[in-house]
Design a binder for this molecule. Sequence first.
Ligand SMILES: [Zn+2]
Length: 232
Amino acid sequence: MSENEADSILVVTPHSDDSESAAGGTIARWCAEGKKVVLVVCTNGDRGTSNRSVKPEDLAKTREIETINAGKAYGLADVVFLKLPDQGLEDNDEFREKIVRQIRVHKPRVLLTIDPNRPYIRHRDHSITGRVALDAVFPYARDHVAYPEHLVEGLEPHKVEEVWLFRAETPDEFVDVTDYFETRQNALHSHLSQVGPRNDERDERSRKRLAETGKKYGVPLAEHFMRIKLNR
Ligand SMILES: [Zn+2]
C-alpha cells in the first residue's frame, strides 16, 4: 500500500454498463473491503438502444439513474458523468483533460479501465476510452506541465501506481468474486435499459461465464484483468 493510505480505485468506463459486465464482481468486492471506488462514465449512452421510439435524451437520463442505482448496489464513493457523445468519443485534448482532471481530483492508487487493444471488431468508444485513460495516467496526470490550469485550481499532479484492464486480450491477474455474485448481478441489472431485469436464466448465464474464468485460476467464480504496474 502507498501514501494514498486507504486503497482507492478510479474506474473509467466508456458506457455505464461496461464496467458492470466485465468487472462488477471485482468492484463489488473492493467496495465491500472498504476501498474507495469512484466510477467515471465517459459517454452519455444516448445511443444504447435498438428501440426506434426511444428519444436519445430520455435514454441518457434513464441511463444516469440506472448508473446511480448500480453505484448504490456496490456502495461506490462517487459516480462522475462526463456526458461526452455516445459513439462519438475522440482521442483528443478535451477527453484527455477530463480524465486527467478526475485522476488529480480523486488521486487513485489504481485505475481500472477497458483494454484498448482488442483487434479488429471493437466498439470505437471502447478502444478510445482505454487509450485515453492510459495516456492520462502516463504521462499527463503525472506531469505538472500538462494542463497547468489544474494547478491554478489547486489540483496537483498525481502518479497512479497500477492500471488494471478489463476485457483484456492477455489477462494476467484474477479476482475471486465468488462471494460477490449477488452484488454484481444487482449492479448489472440496475442497467435495465441495457440488460433487462434480473432473472434465474440471466443469473445462470453470468455464473457460468464467471465459473469458466474461475476454473483457470482454481476458484469458483472469477473475473480477470491485465495488471500493469507503473515504475515510480
Ligand atoms: Zn460499451
